[in-house]
Design a protein around this ligand. Structure first.
Ligand code: PEP
Ligand code: MN
Length: 339
């Protein structure tokens, strides 16, 4: 971090600021110029409140050189992370489609969809058991029973399962779940993230509805700081002024994140677009742009879905999307020689 001081600052004030910085366990390197004095902060500045330093009377400006995220930072990792879900790999050149219904509704539904998406090439099955709904009157998911039904689909198909956790008190019920999803609404539920840091299962961390890439990476950092290094980032659209789509799919996160982090990044065009007919072009675009995977909602009868029917693909439509995606994949943008 570099702190540029205002002109004509008294030496005593400079010393006071230096002493305060030293009290945080950080070394300083002072360079006195003709007009400005510059203080370089040397050491781990992740705890330093940049806004606080910038607000001091004697400070002209502050610039962070080092990102505040360490565990999630590609600089500290030699190669892209490969998340291994019982042999199904995501990241570092391994591409997976996670597909399945928004919510688990019945045994027939989830098992049928699981068989279909597996045939089309999906590597993992998704299904919500605990659903974060805007309305308290909307279907809230089958909860524990939903997890049991997912487990049955896993036994039948061999597909690892992905499901969203809303409350850490449910963790025990997630025993059969292979990848625990943190939904957009909980991206900054820091207590939840911290607890998931103690879990030894991969976490799929969705981007919050209105969160920046840096905030997202700091949320990954919460999980990783607790010792759980297996985090997969999932872009699912952000809220903008646009109303023709459910959200705005921010595909620019792919090249940005590929530079900043070694974590795999997958894209969910279903929640981003909100309409089934818009899923295919954006699934193809995300693949071409170099995403490490996709998450796509598939329902046996979208018109009767208890949640997110409008954006759910039929198994046939999913098969068509998967074919297109696998055709594009060999030509996708590569960011790393390991890919
Ligand atoms: C979901 O995956 O069904 C879900 C609720 O997603 P999001 O958190 O992205 O809205
Ligand atoms: Mn959904």
């Amino acid at each position: 971090m570099i702190v540029v001081l205002k002109q004509n600052v008294a030496q005593e004030q400079v010393e006071n600021l230096k002493n305060w910085i030293h009290s945080l366990g950080i070394e300083t390197h002072v360079s006195v110029g003709k007009i400005h004095t510059i203080i370089g902060l040397v050491g781990d500045t992740s705890q330093v409140d940049m806004d606080l330093v910038g607000s001091l009377d004697i400070v002209e400006s502050v610039k962070r050189i080092q990102e505040p995220f360490k565990n999630a930072n590609s600089k500290f990792h030699g190669a892209p992370l490969v998340v291994d879900v019982g042999g199904v790999k995501i990241g570092g050149g391994h591409f997976q489609i996670i597909a399945g219904p928004c919510s688990v509704e019945s045994e027939e539904q989830v098992c049928y969809v699981a068989e279909c998406v597996k045939k089309s090439g999906a590597g993992l099955l998704r299904g919500g058991a605990f659903k974060p709904r805007t309305s308290p009157y909307a279907f809230q998911g089958l909860k524990g029973e939903g997890i049991t039904l997912l487990q049955e689909a896993k036994i039948k198909t061999g597909l690892p399962i992905v499901s969203e956790i809303m409350n850490i008190s449910h963790l025990e019920m997630f025993e059969p779940v292979d990848v625990i999803q943190v939904g957009a609404r909980n991206m900054q539920n820091f207590d939840l993230l911290r607890e998931l840091g103690k879990v030894r299962k991969p976490i799929l961390l969705k981007r919050g509805l209105a969160n920046t890439i840096d905030e997202w990476l700091m949320s990954a950092e919460y999980i990783m700081a607790g010792g759980n290094e297996n985090v997969i980032l999932c872009e699912r659209g952000i809220r903008t002024f646009e109303t023709r789509t459910r959200n705005t799919l921010d595909l620019s996160v792919i090249p940005v994140l590929k530079k900043l982090t070694h974590l795999p990044i997958i894209v969910d065009p279903s929640h981003a677009l909100g309409y089934a007919h818009m899923v295919k072009p954006m699934a193809m675009a995300a693949t071409a742009a170099g995403a490490d995977g996709l998450m796509i909602e598939v329902h046996n009868e979208p018109a009767k879905a208890l949640c997110d029917g409008a954006q759910s693909l039929t198994p046939q439509a999913f098969d068509d999307v998967a074919k297109a995606v696998f055709q594009i994949r060999p030509f996708a943008c590569k960011f790393n020689e390991n890919e």
